[in-house]
Design a binder for this molecule. Sequence first.
Ligand SMILES: [Zn+2]
Ligand SMILES: [Zn+2]
Length: 392
Amino acid sequence: MSETPSITNKASKPGIVWPTFLMLTITPAVSLVGIVWYQLAVGFEWHHWVTFAVVAALNGISITAGYHRLWAHNAYKARAPMRLFLALFGAAAFQNSILVWASQHRRHHRHVDCEEKDPYSARKGLWYSHIGWMLRHYPTNDDDFSNVNDLQRDKIVMWQHRHYYSIALIMNILPPLFMGAITGDYIAHFLACGFLRLVYSHHTTFFINSLAHYWGRQPYTRENSARDNDLLAFFTYGEGYHNYHHLFQNDYRNGVRWWQFDPTKWLISVCSWVGLSYDLRRTPRFKICEAMVHQQLSSARQKMAGQRVSDKLRSYIEQEASQLATLLQEWRATREQWFVHNRDRLMGASAELHHSLELERKALRSKIKELEFSLQQQYQRLRTFNLTLATA
Ligand SMILES: [Zn+2]
Ligand SMILES: [Zn+2]
């Protein structure tokens, strides 16, 4: 006989996920007490902290370059040795298997900010999006691998998924054990590079789900809560450029500007020089700038809606919007020509035809550069306009 759910049952919270709860409470407690006690009783040495930093970086970058950009987003492809390395050191971060992590993350992107479908929806609060979502059996956490069929064909992903707990445990024990055997300081290495490093790896990743949806700027889109934040990028191996990432999730770069700190992007790039990674996906510069211009236009419209401004200013913004539409149309046509041109080149050509194709290639390239330049100028004009409007 089926029971009618009572109001109390409906309102009660789902049960606690005890293994996660215990891990996320015991590891910080042991770290805190153990580190303070050891420092006072014996004292740490430089090699304890170097090992901590190296292993933390290996874990962190395996999550960002592997779990996130490679497996969750297919932003590039990687050869088996690189995938194996990322799967091993990613497991050491104790953030679940690649398959589970990537499946949840794809749902996060698809339903970002939706309270019913985004597993770590920022709308449910900072605590929930940081850690709360993992501590209870919320329905949004139920395994549903229908969105990771591609990953189920990756042998390394499936091997790691099947043996996740053993791999994670071994990968957590090996570095402090190895360093302990060399230096004789087992306790210090287990405290620093074992416990504290795990806590650090956890929370730096969790910050992307929480703080990177609360704190920072939104230069590319305001349609979701994701933000760009340089400080977060520094601690998260480049993942802090989350506003860009949510709009262009298949780009292997998160910090797309040359000056933005994104060691994950540099690592993927360097690996491509030696053939370990390939097919790196990049969003065309024009599309990035187009998003920024759109953002400035909508910001200008929003500001003008709350102010008394002349019809001249309103019509100026509409002129800029129509110029953007024209530039976009021209860019699409030029890109189309570019693809046709590349196909012709690949099909092979006589020496004479090859010469004319080369000239066409140069002309198309300079046309694309010209359109990018016009768009950048438009962005600067609108930015100045918005700044003036803000101070008016
Ligand atoms: Zn996000
Ligand atoms: Zn992502």
